[in-house]
Design a protein around this ligand. Structure first.
Ligand SMILES: NC(=O)c1ccc[n+]([C@@H]2O[C@H](COP(=O)([O-])OP(=O)(O)OC[C@H]3O[C@@H](n4cnc5c(N)ncnc54)[C@H](O)[C@@H]3O)[C@@H](O)[C@H]2O)c1
Length: 348
């Protein structure tokens, strides 16, 4: 795509929705999971770092960079569990891809939707490697903004049709059930988390609460279950009772980050965990027996966002929906930035 030097291709929220709906959500999620898997498969070639988090009483603002040497990407993302009270999202995000050779951004994109999409694709991708082959039903505890994306990704990648929903706020469960019913899911809404996990092969926890919460207690997790723990993703913000962790084989994205932010912050710093890329590459086993409890201790890692941005950049190709942004100064003489400003005086 030939773009003037001042302009950066841009994907708005509207543009992202068009992109997803044009392809269809299930197919979009399957392709996105494939893209994430491909980048996880070349994990050692990435420049990686735990994300940079700025915590406050109400939430966290994070920067998530990664580079494969050709492209550099970062995401700005927040997590503010009480935002819903003021009509705001708990999680909002935007991100940039840049050309490493020139340092010039090649894409600026909304990433609130893209984060929900990539988180769901990542969860389902992990479950495809870790859940039992006969898994048919999933419980989703926490029925907020991320929940339906999780359900659709698990149906698209694993064929999960039966979903049991629970949220402490019945209005959230009703919203989630309404959205998923339209898509033909077989649904049960539950008044308690205990009821939701009954008979579920996969348990997804995706709640938002800025504290050490106990969404699942040890007695709620039977043999053979795969846990997809999405909501515990900050220091002091977890969802599972520690005893569950001690009975589980634990898989993580990037251990140095997950030890700070994930469920495993409750464990010793040297507690054994497996990075998922090792399973994807066949260097480490995923699930090895039917009775094993597997836990994907998801916190969200920069390579997932890098892969997601790379994926949408490939999709918009020559035909972006949004006009590019006039984001980069482009004086006639690169060293005459000052002159560009002075000459604009007559015009502006
Ligand atoms: N791991 C990742 O990659 C990743 C990515 C995106 C979001 N997240 C995390 O996922 C969580 C959910 O995000 P969201 O955008 O859906 O938030 P949201 O605020 O839209 O929804 C969260 C829901 O959790 C419910 N909830 C809170 N406490 C609960 C409890 N004890 N039991 C049952 N339900 C409870 C709330 O009522 C709400 O409906 C957040 O904590 C967010 O930080 C993680």
């Amino acid at each position: 795509m030939a773009v003037a030097l001042n302009a950066v291709p841009f994907i708005s929220v509207e543009g992202m929705m068009k992109l997803v709906l044009r392809q269809g959500l299930p197919a979009f999620l399957v392709d996105l999971a494939r893209c994430i898997e491909a980048d996880f498969a070349r994990w050692p070639s990435f420049d990686k770092t735990p994300r940079l988090a700025s915590h406050s009483v109400d939430g966290v603002i994070e920067l998530m960079p990664a580079s494969d040497g050709e492209l550099y990407g970062f995401k700005y993302v927040n997590g503010h569990p009480s935002n819903a009270r003021t009509g705001r999202q708990t999680v909002t995000a935007f991100g940039v891809l840049a050309d490493v050779r020139s340092g010039y951004p090649v894409l600026l994109s909304e990433m609130t939707l893209l984060t929900a999409l990539r988180t769901a694709a990542m969860s389902a991708l992990a479950a495809r490697h870790l859940a039992g082959p006969d898994a048919r039903g999933m419980a989703i505890i926490g029925n907020g903004a991320q929940a339906e994306f999780q359900a659709v990704a698990f149906r698209s990648l694993l064929g999960i049709e039966h979903v049991r929903l629970h949220d402490i706020d019945p209005a959230a469960t009703e919203k989630c059930a309404r959205n998923l019913r339209r898509l033909g899911f077989s649904l049960v809404t539950c008044e308690t988390a205990e009821a939701a996990v009954e008979g579920a092969d996969i348990i997804t926890t995706v709640t938002a609460d800025k504290q050490f919460a106990t969404i699942l207690t040890d007695n709620m997790v039977g043999p053979g279950v795969h846990i997809n723990a999405v909501g515990g993703d900050c220091p002091g913000k977890t969802e599972l009772h520690r005893d569950i962790l001690l009975r589980s084989d634990i898989f993580v994205e990037y251990a140095p980050q997950t030890r700070i932010e994930g469920e495993i912050q409750q464990l010793d710093a040297d507690h054994p965990v497996t990075e998922l890329w090792q399973v994807i590459n066949g260097n480490a086993p995923g699930r090895t027996d039917r009775a094993q409890i597997t836990l994907f201790d998801s916190v969200g890692f920069a390579i997932e966002d890098f892969a997601a941005l790379r994926h949408v950049r490939g999709l918009i190709g020559e035909a972006p929906f949004d006009p590019p942004l006039d984001l980069l100064a482009d004086p006639d003489d690169p060293r005459d930035l000052f002159g560009m400003l002075m000459r604009a005086e007559a015009r502006l």
